[in-house]
Design a protein. Structure first.
Length: 375
C-alpha cells in the first residue's frame, strides 16, 4: 500500500501524465509563456463550465480578492464583512487596501458565515460581504444576496475551496459556486480541487464593465500595452499553468465524484459516533469536499493526531487560530470571546485525508485506525 497523503498529487498526475506533459511541451514549443493562447482558451472553457459571462485569470486567489476590491472602488475606511472562521486571505487583502474587516461568527455545523448575524453589524461604512465557501460547500447565498440587495452592498464570493459546487435557489434555479455575487474568486493552488502546478487564480463575473476593469487592473492598469488608465497590479496566470488546467478541467467532475465517494465512506463510518461530528450537508448546495473536516467531542486532539500519525495517517487542522485573534489583526480591537463559535471550532476541527486517488486499502486503514482509537 502506498503512503497515505493528505492530497496525493503524484498519483493524480501519473494518471494523466501524457496529457499534462504534452500540454507543457506545447507551451515550451510555442515559447508563449505570458498570456499565451492557452490562457484565453482556459478562460473560455472555464467560463462554459461555470456558465458565467466572464472569467479573468490571475496570479493566485489572494490577488483575485485584491483585484475584485480594487475594481469595486472600495476606499480606505470602508467596512467589509467576513467570517471569523476562515483562511486569512480575504482579511489580509482588506487590511492591505486600508479597509476594515468586520467579523461575523459562523454556523457551528456547516462552518459557513452565519447569515443571521450579518445585518446587525452593517453600518453606513459597510460596502461588501465576502462569503467564504469553506471546505467545498456554498454559504447560504440566497439569504446573503437578499441582505446585500436590501442594504446596497456588493458580494464577493471566495470560492477558492468550492469550484464545481452547485447552489440551488428556492425557485429551483441553480448556479455554480462563485457566479452568484458581483464577483467570484477562486484559487488554483496545487491542492485545490482544480489545481495547477504552482500558483494561479481567476475571477468570475457576469458584469461586462467589471470584467473589463478587473482585466485592466490585473495587467498594470493598462487597456493596451504601455497605456495605463488606472493603478493596477501584475497578476497573470502563467501560460504553462493554464495549459495544465485545461487538461485537469476535463476531469473536474470525476474528481468531485471521487471525493464524494471518500466522504460517503467517512460518513458511514463515523455517523452517530459519540466523539465525532461529521460535516453537515445543506440541501441548497452540493459539496465538493476540498476538505473532509470533522469535529472532535471530548477528545484530546493532539493525542488523536499523534495516534493516527503513528499509523502513517496524516491530518491537518484548518484552522488552529481564528482570524480575529491572529497577532497581525489585533489592531481591529477584537478579543477572546467575541466570536465563540469560531474560537471553539479552532479547538475541535480536524481534517482527514481527502483526495481523488484514495485507494480502498488506504481508506480502510484510516477508518479502522480512528475507530480503534476510541476502543
Amino acid at each position: 500500500m502506498k503512503k497515505i497523503q493528505m492530497v496525493d498529487l503524484r498519483s493524480q498526475y501519473e494518471k494523466i501524465k501524457d496529457e499534462i506533459d504534452a500540454a507543457m511541451q506545447e507551451v515550451i514549443d510555442q515559447t508563449a509563456f505570458i498570456n499565451g493562447p492557452h490562457v484565453r482558451l482556459f478562460a473560455d472553457e472555464l467560463k462554459q463550465y461555470l456558465n458565467c459571462k466572464y472569467v479573468i485569470p490571475c496570479g493566485n486567489g489572494t490577488d483575485g480578492l485584491q483585484i475584485a476590491m480594487m475594481a469595486l472602488d472600495f476606499k480606505p475606511g470602508d467596512e467589509v464583512i467576513v467570517p471569523a472562521f476562515t483562511y486569512v486571505a480575504a482579511v489580509e487583502v482588506i487590511a492591505l487596501l486600508g479597509l476594515k474587516p468586520v467579523f461575523v461568527d459562523v454556523d457551528p455545523d456547516t462552518f459557513q458565515i452565519d447569515v443571521a448575524k450579518i445585518a446587525p453589524v452593517i453600518s453606513e461604512r459597510t460596502v461588501a460581504i465576502v462569503p467564504v465557501h469553506l471546505f467545498g460547500q456554498c454559504s447560504d447565498m440566497e439569504s446573503i444576496l437578499e441582505i446585500a440587495k436590501q442594504h446596497r452592498l456588493k458580494v464577493i464570493e471566495d470560492a477558492a475551496q468550492s469550484i464545481g459546487s452547485v447552489y440551488r435557489f428556492r425557485d429551483w434555479t441553480v448556479a455554480q459556486s462563485g457566479t452568484m455575487g458581483d464577483i467570484g474568486v477562486t484559487s488554483f493552488f496545487p491542492s485545490k480541487n482544480l489545481g495547477c502546478f504552482g500558483d494561479g487564480g481567476a475571477l468570475f463575473t457576469n458584469d461586462h464593465d467589471l470584467a473589463e476593469k478587473m482585466r485592466m487592473i490585473s495587467t498594470h492598469g493598462q487597456k493596451k500595452k504601455y497605456h495605463h488608465h488606472t493603478i493596477g497590479v501584475n497578476s497573470r496566470l502563467d501560460t504553462i499553468q493554464a495549459a495544465m488546467l485545461r487538461v485537469k478541467l476535463r476531469y473536474l467532475d470525476g474528481y468531485i465524484k471521487a471525493r464524494n465517494e471518500v466522504a460517503a465512506a467517512y460518513d458511514k463510518a463515523f455517523d452517530k459516533h459519540p466523539h465525532i461530528s461529521i460535516p453537515k450537508r445543506v440541501l441548497e448546495s452540493s459539496h465538493v469536499f476540498h476538505q473532509y473536516t470533522i469535529k472532535l467531542k471530548g477528545v484530546d486532539r493532539e493525542a488523536f493526531v499523534k495516534s493516527l500519525a503513528f499509523n502513517g495517517i496524516p491530518t491537518m487542522v484548518y484552522y488552529p487560530v481564528p482570524v480575529h485573534l491572529q497577532v497581525a489583526y489585533q489592531s481591529y480591537g477584537c478579543k477572546q470571546g467575541d466570536f465563540p463559535i469560531a474560537e471553539k471550532l479552532c479547538q475541535e476541527v480536524i481534517s482527514l485525508p481527502m483526495h481523488t486517488e484514495m485507494e480502498p486499502e488506504q481508506l480502510e486503514l484510516i477508518i479502522d485506525s480512528i475507530q480503534s482509537y476510541f476502543l
